[in-house]
Design a binder for this molecule. Structure first.
Ligand SMILES: [Zn+2]
Length: 265
């Protein structure tokens, strides 16, 4: 199932991708569409919000959201019952039924999606770390920046401009498949990943969970998928992130890749 891993947690899916990074600006295309560089940099919040709403709707429709009476829903409900998050942040969490897929992603509108394979591998404390990490990408504006970059280079942007910046009309005519794929596999820099990890540590601590579970979650990913280098040198591996967290927190949990699956409970 290696190909199913997404970058956000494991930072290795870049291996499965080809072509230029999603963040690269297609300047030629923008000029073709009649945009100046200034216009390219100014994507409105309304455009981002409309794109997010349409994309998450498409993603939820195309994936199988777990049943309300499933064990996954029960675990998620227990985890989030007293979840403390930043004031003003709106988060909407769902789990997709996807055995073997150890993955999660977030959109700037606060939609966080977990894959059920994650729950099969991680204990509740580790799932909370991953949830905190994804919420961190939202709270710190990483998802918004990534979405803006993806939208700026998309054909949808041209379509919206052609219809007088009417996003609703453009979206209704546009096939969002490519955009949803890029949004759910957003690439984040090493700095962004570390910031999201530290945000997750804060969330975990505020919910009275031992922050060592943040490290064990990353070590499990390392044990599962290794630390293959990304085609983007700036992209951190799970092992590198675990080490950075251990250093920052002044703890040492051990190398799960060599010792086998870690369990603190
Ligand atoms: Zn991430």
């Amino acid at each position: 199932m290696k190909k199913a891993i997404s970058v956000c947690i494991t930072c290795v899916t870049a291996l499965a991708m080809s072509g230029p990074p999603a963040m690269a600006l297609d300047l030629e295309g923008l000029v073709d569409a009649g945009f100046g560089l200034f216009r390219a940099a100014t994507v409105s919040d309304e455009e981002i919000n409309a794109l997010c709403a349409a994309s998450i709707q498409k993603s939820d429709k195309e994936n199988s959201v777990v049943e309300k009476n499933s064990a996954y829903t029960a675990r998620l409900a227990k985890l989030t019952k007293d979840l403390k998050i930043d004031r003003g942040l709106r988060i909407n969490i769902k789990t997709y039924h996807a055995p073997g897929v150890v993955n999660a992603f977030a959109f700037p509108d606060g939609s966080v999606r977990l894959y059920s394979g994650l729950f099969d591998v991680m204990n509740d404390s580790e799932v909370l770390y991953i949830l905190g990490h994804e919420i961190g990408h939202v709270a710190l504006g990483h998802t918004k920046s990534a979405t803006r970059a993806i939208y700026t280079t998309s054909a949808l942007r041209k379509a919206a401009a052609a219809s007088g910046n009417n996003m609703a009309a453009a979206i209704s005519r546009h096939n969002l498949t490519d955009i949803v794929e890029k949004l759910t596999h957003s690439q984040y820099s090493q700095a962004n990943e570390f910031e999201a990890d530290m945000y997750a540590v804060k969330v975990v601590r505020e919910n009275n969970i031992d922050p060592r579970y943040c490290v064990t979650a990353l070590r499990k990913l390392e044990a599962l998928y290794g630390n293959q280098g990304s085609v983007f040198a700036s992209h951190p591996t799970p092992g590198a992130r675990a080490e950075a967290l251990e250093k920052e927190l002044g703890i040492k949990v051990g190398d799960a890749a060599q010792q086998g699956v870690i369990s603190l409970r």
